[in-house]
Design a protein around this ligand. Sequence first.
Ligand code: FRU
Length: 519
Amino acid sequence: MKKLIFLIVSLLFICCKEQAKTNPFLSQETAALYEEPFRPQFHFSPQAHWMNDPNGLVYHAGVYHLFYQYYPDATVWGPMHWGHAVSKDLVHWEHKPIALFPDEKGFIFSGSAIVDKNNTSGFGKDGKVPLVAIYTYFRMDIEKTGGTNTQTQGIAYSLDNGDTWIKYANNPVIDNTTLKDFRDPKVFWHEETEKWIMALVAGDHTQFYASKNLKEWKLLSTFGKTQGAHGGVWECPDLFKLKVEGTDEEKWVLIISIGTGGPNGGSGTQYFVGDFDGTTFTSDQTTYKWLDWGTDNYAGVTYNNTPDDKRIFIGWMSNWQYAVTTPTTTWRSAMTVPRELSLHKNGDTYALRNYPVPQLDALIQRNTVTSMTLEPNSEKNLFFEEGLQQSEIVFTTTNKDFKMELSNEKGERVGITFDGTSNLVILDRTNSGLKDFQPNFANTLQYMALDDFGQEQQEIRMLLDSSSLELFVNGGQNVMTVQLFPTESYTTVTLQNNTGTHLEIGGFQKSTMASIWKN
Ligand code: FRU
């Protein structure tokens, strides 16, 4: 008997050691995986180490792929790989091995992926449909010696639905000898001209290319040198068609991220509504439009090939101003929840909305709904013993002059003030918890200009995870995404009426969001 027990224990020991050798994540930190302080419970974050932009968002054979900028050796940015995760419902994610590794042509920067159904690339074999990834190669060594020819475009393909990848032997498919910033190809199939179209950024503008086979590309046109926000280098473009809600009108939307000069400092994502004729994108938009007004939604792009033609967006929930210093331990950064984009028209103005995909509702453990009336210039505290760190809060108000504050017993708080006179929402995270890891993380208020379509009533939805808040106003008409690092959970919601009349709060509901990692 003793011998048997010894044998079993020895076998277990050997097995665990083997696993620890092959799986870099099974270290002494394993016990804490997805339980660390600030670890998001219903947002995607890598098991360990550094992550930035979402890449290669594509749906194929029942699976949503999420590739991402990944550095597997540290919790700060480094030689970029494409990390990989898959999901059947856009809510629960399964981690996959790293998809693309750096090689002699460079690090693997951001890009996209497509399903080459007609095998235009010739990469398909034995009837297997290739997934093709189109990405930027970056040569750090050349940059260090002052060279500008650091960024070129490469492709790779997979015949097993993204599990393994083969790089094209004749990379790069678009060379570059002059431009310092020349990256982040987003490719899609353009039905009307039966060509692949690529949107690529080149410093202060977007370039559009076309190809029949994904290997040979022809420059078509450029856009943006004199339009839009230029507070930083243009990054991560995305171009797609959307129907204007409630009409048959179709417009094209171009999304562009800028690393600095966002609406509240640092990184931000702007969009243009216009037309694309297969060659040229034009927009008569004269104002800047921001997809998200908060500081922490960057480099977001949308899925190719979604089953129901939905336009689904995921952004990186951070900001280059402080991304590498946020106070997390074994991993760094998370993605926004997947959001559906829709286009709306008011008068002559087009507006892009973004709102959580309905699949996320499966996580919401609904609570009872309450309504309340706030006397003129009064406030109400609602205490939630279980905490707000993993919740959804929804309600409506009868006017635009109120404040809500989330706070904990340590006095850490985040305030969101609606000001009907200026039509602004002011978010205050200056005392929200840990903030000294970087001076510009929480030194100013954040502002969001509300689209004013004459409506007084406001519809609020907030998603709160361990270290983030996503605020959706009026069905995603205006949105703010911010990171927060409270040292203990917020437990109180304070609602404050800032007018001399009654404020009706309707349909107030605080629900718990189930963890996507523990079910
Ligand atoms: C955006 C970005 C991209 C680039 C990648 C590098 O955050 O700067 O332009 O491809 O990150 O990791």
